[in-house]
Every structure is written in C-alpha cells, then in structure tokens.
Design a protein around this ligand. Structure first.
Ligand SMILES: [Ca+2]
Ligand SMILES: [Ca+2]
Length: 77
C-alpha cells in the first residue's frame, strides 16, 4: 500500500511538471510585448525554427501575441 502511494505521488509530480504555463505573458521573459525564438523554445521546447518562422505571419522575426496563439494551436497546445 505504501509503495502505491509513493507511485501516485511520483505521478502527480510528473503531471505538474508537464502542465507548464505556456501563456504569452509568462513566455515573454523580458516583457517586450513579443516573443523571440529563444523565448518560445523556453516554454515550448519542441518548436522548430521552421515552425517559428511559419507562425511569424508578418516576418519581423518575433511573434506577437496573435502569432504566438496560432503557433500554440498548431503545436497541439
Ligand atoms: Ca520578449
Ligand atoms: Ca511577427
């Protein structure tokens, strides 16, 4: 029974680590109002440079909140 509780606690811990805050505000570390590639991969490590460039609709090299929202949706949340 004790082993089961430890396993459950470990699962709960893994679950909270997975549920990372990917909101625009928390991703924008320097609060510049847009996200650089390094800011994006800090919260979404699976995003490639290609995916970042594809989400950058106006091609200015950074993602606005609207562009980031599109990226979040296309990367499956
Ligand atoms: Ca920023
Ligand atoms: Ca942009």
């Amino acid at each position: 029974m004790k082993k089961l509780l430890i396993a459950l606690a470990a699962l709960t811990f893994a679950g909270s680590a997975y549920a990372q805050d990917t909101s625009f505000a928390s991703a924008d570390l320097d609060q510049s109002g847009d996200l650089t590639f390094s800011e994006v991969i800090a919260v979404l490590p699976n995003v490639t440079e290609e995916a970042f460039a594809a989400a950058d609709a106006d091609g200015n090299g950074v993602l606005s909140e609207a562009e980031y929202t599109v990226l979040l949706e296309s990367s499956g949340g």
